[in-house]
Design a protein around this ligand. Structure first.
Ligand code: MG
Length: 143
């Protein structure tokens, strides 16, 4: 099945945390890549939607991320022990990839849908560049 949705964790993956909202290096370029290559891009995070939206709004205010990229981000509503990809509306789990720094949220039977990223809390970092390469390979392999 073709890849249609890219789900992104928020804290330690795209930003430091929802209080400080420090953007990970290369964040704007990463989001531009995601929107260009995936039909849909969604936040899949333990941060509640109003706080996640506020963090994104803060990134726009600080001009870390262009408004048109940030506002196209969907938000996955979910509950439970795992970031179960069946919570992503309108697609099968096989059509989704999830970028997340924490293996603990990944369902054992969905580990092949997971793209791991090193947790980030500030400082120089090239993980978003590396993950772009991983996603490009997955897109080439799975369409
Ligand atoms: Mg995280």
């Amino acid at each position: 099945m073709a890849l249609r949705v890219l789900a992104l964790d928020l804290e330690r993956t795209l930003i430091s945390d929802a209080l400080r909202v420090d953007p990970r290096p290369d964040l704007a370029e990463f989001l531009a890549f995601c929107h260009e290559r995936f039909a849909r891009v969604a936040l899949f995070t333990t941060v509640e939607e109003p706080d996640a939206r506020e963090a994104i709004a803060e990134l726009i205010r600080r001009e870390c991320v262009p408004r048109e990229l940030a506002e196209r981000l969907e938000y996955v509503s979910w509950c439970g022990e795992y970031k179960d990809l069946t919570f992503v509306p309108g697609v099968a789990p096989e059509e989704v990839l999830l970028v997340d720094d924490d293996a603990g949220w990944i369902r054992a039977d969905q580990r092949d849908r997971w793209v791991a990223i090193t947790p980030w809390d500030g400082g120089p970092d090239e993980e978003l560049l590396r993950v772009r390469r991983v996603l490009t390979e997955r897109l080439e392999a799975e369409g």
